[in-house]
Design a protein around this ligand. Structure first.
Ligand code: SF4
Ligand code: SF4
Length: 216
């Protein structure tokens, strides 16, 4: 099927040069969702054990303030946990800074950062009319709101490059949704107990199989 790449909202070009201001990593209402592949990156890239991982991630229910804000825009799937349905995300410190942001506003896990951090501030919409698929690329709501890296003087980025990044990220989110769906189904059938830690442990146990299946 034919594939087309378009730019959103009358954008003529995509621009981006990260100013390293750290706003995306310390915004009060920016929630850093993570996939099971992000969990594996922490495990294999940073040699994090299950206990280490549990110390840097949180399970956010629908009533948590930073999740409530995003419910209508959330593309990740919630997991059945002992607290109820919850989204998995990186923990924030009391001042809303990501747990991995250092005092100089540098990401301390940059090569292993979550997929959502890799694609920011870009997003895309897919439309399929049966004859062609159109990818419409633009900036995220948060990107437009506070990212100084997309200003008019920033470097022009090739839309094909961003498209490839977004496609990879979407594949990861879809695989994550399938994994969570399986877990949630097993919980409903009472085949497993909905313990958040147990879910993460199961990801680590399946590490080799998952890596073979979804090489990142
Ligand atoms: S808000 Fe934009 S410019 Fe600032 S660190 Fe994040 S991506 Fe870079
Ligand atoms: S993981 Fe790194 S890039 Fe992502 S929010 Fe945290 S500090 Fe920022």
């Amino acid at each position: 099927m034919e594939e087309r790449i378009k730019l959103a909202n009358n954008l003529k070009v995509l621009r981006f040069s990260c100013m390293k201001c750290g706003r995306c990593c310390k915004d009060e209402k920016t929630f850093v969702n993570i996939t099971f592949q992000d969990i594996l990156r922490l495990h294999t890239g940073l040699k994090y054990s299950l206990e280490d991982i549990m110390e840097v991630i949180g399970f956010y229910t629908f009533t948590d303030v930073n999740v409530k804000e995003f419910m209508n825009h959330m593309v990740y799937s919630p997991l059945h946990t002992e607290k109820g349905l919850a989204y998995i995300g990186l923990l924030k410190k009391k001042n809303y800074r990501c747990t991995f942001l250092d005092q100089e506003d540098n990401c301390t896990i940059y090569p292993h950062r979550p997929t959502i951090c890799r694609t920011f501030p870009f997003t895309y919409l897919l439309s399929d009319n049966g004859k062609s698929i159109t990818k419409t690329i633009g900036y995220t709501r948060k990107g437009i709101e506070y990212c100084p890296g997309i200003k008019k003087t920033a470097s022009i980025i090739k839309k094909k490059k961003i498209s490839e990044l977004l496609v990879k990220s979407l594949a990861e989110i879809v695989a994550d949704a399938k994994m969570i769906e399986t877990w949630n189904r097993m919980v409903k059938k009472k085949q497993i107990t909905p313990k958040a830690g147990k879910y993460i442990a199961s990801i680590l146990l399946m590490e080799r199989k998952l890596k073979e299946e979804y090489s990142s």
